[in-house]
Design a binder for this molecule. Structure first.
Ligand code: GDP
Length: 204
């Protein structure tokens, strides 16, 4: 898919105030600093579109970006930022989970994982929750350029192997580097395929 246009539409803390038009929507989530803003900028080819975080964990906003005037990228707040207060963490969890469960046009959730890290409880618990709730999601390994190709390959294989100790099957997996543009075509092609599927609400 060629991305011709991508523009910021609106920020919210409440999914019910997100854009009312029914379009395919793809949300991106991960731990704070995982490389989510960089990935969104890489996918759209617009450097400053999603704000890369100089202050990790600050934002609690759900950001909508309209791509090619036809589908949305949604930048969800990053989770797992240790210096948040308990009240803020609970509020954040509520914002994220109500969006995921309530936003019917969310076609797929991309869960970002730093390719250098071993499986972390917070991500595993989150993906388990997605599975329990039947939320369609994919795994996106980020920052693949931070290690040699061999090391990054082995590390991500080990990650997936560990998941398969408790999971029956794996969701789609993408390996990316925002620095190098790795994985861009694979993710955009995947989105293009899903854009062809009818949306539940649009059918009614
Ligand atoms: P966010 O908090 O998840 O939105 O993460 P950011 O996109 O702001 O990235 C966090 C840090 O990781 C920044 O310093 C980025 O420059 C860096 N980063 C993000 N993606 C990549 C990548 O693919 N390769 C490299 N080398 N650095 C990255």
């Amino acid at each position: 898919m060629i991305v011709n246009t991508a523009r910021f539409i609106i920020s919210n803390t409440d999914y019910r105030k997100c854009p009312a038009d029914i379009r395919h929507e793809y949300a991106f989530i991960g731990r704070s600093n995982v490389g989510k803003s960089s990935l969104i900028n890489m996918l759209t080819g617009k450097k400053g579109l999603a704000m890369t975080s100089s202050t990790p964990g600050k934002t609690m906003l759900i950001n909508h970006f309209l791509v090619n005037d036809s589908w949305y990228i949604v930048d969800l707040p990053g989770y797992g930022y240790a210096r948040r207060s308990k009240a803020d963490r609970e509020r954040l969890e509520c914002i994220i989970k109500s969006y995921i469960l309530g936003r019917e046009q969310m076609t797929n959730l991309f869960v970002l994982i730093d390719s250098r890290h071993k499986p972390q409880k917070i991500d595993l618990d989150f993906m388990e929750w997605l599975g329990e709730n039947g939320v369609p999601f994919s795994i996106v390994f980020t920052k693949m350029d931070k290690q040699s190709a061999t090391a990054a390959g082995l590390q991500t294989e080990a990650y997936l192997k560990q998941l398969l100790e408790t999971w029956e099957e794996l969701p789609p997996v993408f390996r990316t580097s925002s620095e190098k543009g790795l994985g861009r075509d694979a993710i955009l092609n995947y989105i293009e395929e899903m854009n062809r599927l009818p949306l539940l609400d649009a059918e009614q």
